[in-house]
Structures are given as structure tokens and as C-alpha cells.
Write a protein that binds this ligand. Structure first.
Ligand code: GDG
Length: 465
């Protein structure tokens, strides 16, 4: 069997003392790699010497990391990845920064990754590159003469053509994707917007079987939604820590309904709009006062980037205003917490919540929505409120789907969720649960790898020669 080589920006394979917040990608890849013999390459998250690869194996997952220079981190990670591509791909042109230095740093670091990783790749290895930090890496590896089967998966949305063309050198970026054999997107919507770019900007042709041809290069592009490690998560809900947390939450709720939100502190997650929606709910339903509260967990992320500091400051003041306006001597309507918790603590919190409020303005998938569903009590499940702009909405259409920009929509959905009869909650939850159980992370990995194995291996060789 071929080895699986996974390459992503950050490598966060589990360690013996792991307890902090892992991003969605890290959680999914850890689960995927545990099932396959392979190596996970990427950045250690540290500043230091870029030439030394450090190998480490824990719990069935081998990882190999390099450090990056300070300038690399500024230009490639804080710069092009998080100040250019992230906002642009989340439809936030106003927050997007266009700096030539960022692009230069991005390409340079991709070349560094290629030169360090390339020598460790064997001819039969399957290569799977992840996310927007690493788009040109396939091209870099092809320059070294590698003819392996190579796939790329984009965890975030693919932006509409009219937005993408605002990026200087957009064509160069998309051209480099054609070094892969297979590209995966989270859902049909992002796949279609990619097709649109290929047709309108590159004069390409879309075939019936997912083939995408530009000039003499044909690659395959598919929709392949990521899932959670549902069985592991469900088992976690039964852990003693999760049970203890559940008990603690029930006690501290004192009979009030708990609405929960869990998100990295990121402007794409729509936290400000969510708080506005909750405020609208409080304004228009005075009878609900002291009957419910919203717990928002939002561990800070990307603190080096100004727009992240801005959103944090805005949320600090908005949460203060909401509590100032509505709190009573024995009721705080909004508990806003800026720290991360272990996964089993999160599982206990999800379980205790009558409502899961997941309202990103734009999200590739959103795994929190799936975790919330996994954690529910089958006999008395809570209700998921989900943004129609999350990739997950395509699969989880039994949730209450909302427009996250509309405070009225959010307020109405909260009311509907809190008053939904048990039979309807069970009916909706069953269908959601079925989906997260069947289309889990193992299903996702298999679907992507199977599609990669189906691609004609001679394709790249023919064009490379
Ligand atoms: C990107 C895409 C796509 C959050 N707080 C804590 C914590 N988390 C965990 C959650 C969940 C993960 O982080 C977040 O995953 P999401 O999918 O919601 O979002 P991103 O981090 O933006 O992930 C996204 C994903 O990649 C996978 O393709 O779904 O669209 O943006 O697992 O539980 N974990 C712990 N403590 C916390 O406080 N332990």
C-alpha cells in the first residue's frame, strides 16, 4: 500500500499532554492519518532554522516539522495567508491587504517547504496538500521532477470570480493548482465557483466526470465535504470530564435554557452579527428574560493581525453593552469567554445546551455544527441553528437555517428553537445525526483518496514531458 504524505501549514499531531484548542483541520487530519501509514509535514509554529526537519511519532501519527524565519512568518503566514487569501476567500474584500512582499514571502516559503520535504518523498507515495497556505506547493514539487499522485484540498470557500480577480497575480495562483491531479472543495457551491473562474478567466472546459481542462492540462475537481470523527466524539461525550462538565453547566444554568456558540475568534464566524441577533431576541421577547442565556466561547486566534484585534475589541464592548442593558441582579444574559477548553469539556457543554448557535458569515464547512449534533442526548436533543452560508448547510439542512446578517432572522430562530416540540427536535436531530455519522472524517478521507487513486497516473507524466 502507498504511504500517505499529508502536507499542511501547521502540524498539530496530538501529544501526550495535549489539552488546548486544535483547529478543525488539525482534528480531522489527526483522525485521517491515524488510519493510514504516513507522515504529516508542515510548520512547527516556531521561529527558527528552516532547514532542519524534526520527526516525532505519537499515538500512531508521525509528524515532521520545520521552523520558519521571522520574516517568513510575517509575510507568508500573517501576511499573504491571513491578511490576503483568508479575507478574500471569505468574501471580505474590504479587509484584504494586497502587498507584493506578502506574495513574495508566500512563494518563497512554499519553495522552502518543497525543498525540505521533496527528498523524503518516495515514488509510490500519495501526496495530499491542504489549504490556502500551500496552493503553489504542488507546482514546486513538480519542478523537482516528482510524478506522484498529488491532491489538494481547500478547507475554506472558493471566492466568486469577480472577487478573485481583485488579487494581483490571481492567474498565477490558480495556474499553480493545475500541478495537482485532484482538487477537492467542501461543497458544490465552491466547486461551481471554481469552474466559473476556469471557464471565464482561463478559457477552460469542464467535463462530465469532474475533469477540468485548460490548454493541455487536465485535472479532476470534486466536492468532498469534510466530517468529524463522529464515533470518537460521541465516545468523548461519555467521558468523566464531559459528564462532570455537563453536570456543572446544568447546575450553573439554574433551570435556564442554554444557547451555546463555540468559535475561534475570527470575523468570518459572524460573532458580532450573532450578538446583535441575540440582542434583538432580548429586545423583542421580554418574557424570555432570565429564562435563557447565551454562552459564547471564543478563544483568540491570529492575534498578530490587526483585523483580529479589532474584532476582539468590538466584541468586548458589544458584550458589555448587552449585559449592561439587560442583566439583572441574578441573571447575566451573555457569558462571553475568551479561552479554549479541552474537547471533552466542550462535549459536555454542547450536551447541556438547548440550542447550538452557529452563524458564520462564510465558512468552508464548520465542524462545530457537526460536533454539537454529535453531542446531543437522543431522547431530548437540542436544536442546531446554522448559517445558510456555512459549507455545512448543504449537508445539515434539517437544522434551522438562517441568514446570519439578519438580526431578526437570528432572533426568530432562537425563539423557534427554544419552543420546538420534542418530537420535532428528535425528528430533525435524527437526520442530522445520520449525516454526521455516515459522512464522517474517515468517509471524507476515503472519498478523497479513492478519487486520487482513480485519476489516470500518466496524466502528469504526459504533460511534464
Ligand atoms: C477551517 C475552516 C472547516 C474551537 N474552540 C475550541 C476548540 N475548537 C475546535 C472546534 C472545532 C474546530 O476548533 C473549529 O473548526 P471549524 O470547522 O468550526 O473552523 P476553522 O478552525 O475555521 O476550520 C472550516 C475546517 O477548517 C475543516 O475543514 O470546517 O470551515 O474555516 O473542531 O471544536 N477545540 C478545543 N477547545 C476550544 O476552546 N479543544
Amino acid at each position: 500500500m502507498s504511504r500517505l504524505i499529508v502536507i499542511s501549514n501547521r502540524v498539530q499531531a496530538p501529544t501526550a499532554n495535549e489539552s488546548g484548542a486544535q483547529g478543525g483541520l488539525a482534528v480531522a487530519l489527526t483522525a485521517a492519518l491515524r488510519e493510514a501509514d504516513g507522515i504529516w509535514f508542515g510548520w512547527s509554529g516556531e521561529i527558527g532554522d528552516t532547514s532542519e526537519l524534526r520527526f516525532r511519532t505519537y499515538d500512531g501519527v508521525t509528524s515532521a516539522t520545520i521552523d520558519l524565519l521571522e520574516q517568513d512568518v510575517e509575510e507568508y503566514y500573517d501576511g499573504y495567508a491571513n491578511r490576503t487569501l483568508w479575507p478574500l476567500f471569505h468574501y471580505r474584500l474590504g479587509l484584504t491587504e494586497f502587498e507584493r512582499d506578502f506574495q513574495g514571502g508566500y512563494e518563497r516559503v512554499n519553495r522552502v517547504f518543497g525543498s525540505v520535504i521533496g527528498p523524503h518523498i518516495e515514488p509510490d507515495d500519495l501526496i495530499w496538500v491542504h489549504d490556502y497556505h500551500m496552493i503553489p506547493l504542488g507546482w514546486v514539487l513538480r519542478q523537482q521532477g516528482l510524478t506522484n499522485r498529488m491532491g489538494f484540498f481547500l478547507h475554506i470557500p472558493w471566492p466568486p470570480t469577480r472577487l478573485l480577480t481583485a488579487l494581483p497575480e490571481h492567474r498565477r495562483l490558480v495556474d499553480s493548482l493545475f500541478a495537482y491531479d485532484l482538487i477537492g472543495f467542501q461543497n458544490d457551491e465552491w466547486l461551481e465557483t471554481f469552474h466559473d473562474y476556469v471557464v471565464t478567466e482561463m478559457g477552460g472546459v469542464i467535463g462530465d466526470n469532474g475533469d477540468v481542462t485548460v490548454g493541455n492540462r487536465t485535472i479532476r475537481a470534486i466536492a468532498c465535504p469534510i466530517g468529524i470523527d463522529a464515533r470518537e466524539f460521541i465516545a468523548g461525550v461519555e467521558s468523566s470530564q464531559a459528564r462532570e462538565t455537563h453536570k456543572r453547566m446544568v447546575e450553573s444554568s439554574a433551570g435556564r435554557g442554554l444557547i451555546v456558540g463555540v468559535d475561534r475568534l475570527d470575523y468570518s464566524k459572524g460573532l458580532e452579527e450573532r450578538f446583535n441577533g441575540y440582542q434583538r431576541f432580548l429586545e423583542t421577547r421580554p418574557d424570555a428574560h432570565a429564562q435563557v442565556y447565551l454562552l459564547q466561547i471564543a478563544p483568540p486566534s491570529r492575534v498578530e493581525v490587526e483585523s483580529y484585534r479589532d474584532i476582539r475589541a468590538q466584541l468586548d464592548s458589544l458584550s458589555g453593552r448587552i449585559n449592561g442593558a439587560f442583566a439583572d441582579i441574578d441573571w447575566v444574559p451573555l457569558r462571553y469567554v475568551n479561552q479554549g477548553y479541552s474537547r471533552s469539556v466542550l462535549a459536555g457543554i454542547y450536551r447541556a445546551a438547548q440550542v447550538g448557535l452557529v452563524t458564520p458569515l462564510r465558512d468552508g464547512m464548520n465542524l462545530v455544527a457537526k460536533e454539537y449534533v454529535a453531542a446531543q442526548d437522543p431522547a431530548d436533543p437540542g436544536v442546531l441553528i446554522l448559517s445558510r452560508f456555512a459549507g455545512a448547510a448543504a449537508q445539515l439542512n434539517q437544522a434551522l437555517l438562517v441568514n446570519p446578517y439578519s438580526p431578526d432572522d437570528i432572533a426568530d430562530a432562537i425563539e423557534r428553537a427554544l419552543t420546538m416540540p420534542r418530537e420535532e427536535r428528535i425528528e430533525r436531530w435524527r437526520q442530522l445525526y445520520d449525516n454526521i455519522l455516515h459522512e464522517d472524517v474517515i468517509w471524507w478521507r476515503k472519498r478523497f483518496i479513492d478519487a486520487l487513486m482513480e485519476v489516470e497516473p500518466a496524466r502528469w507524466r504526459a504533460h511534464a514531458s
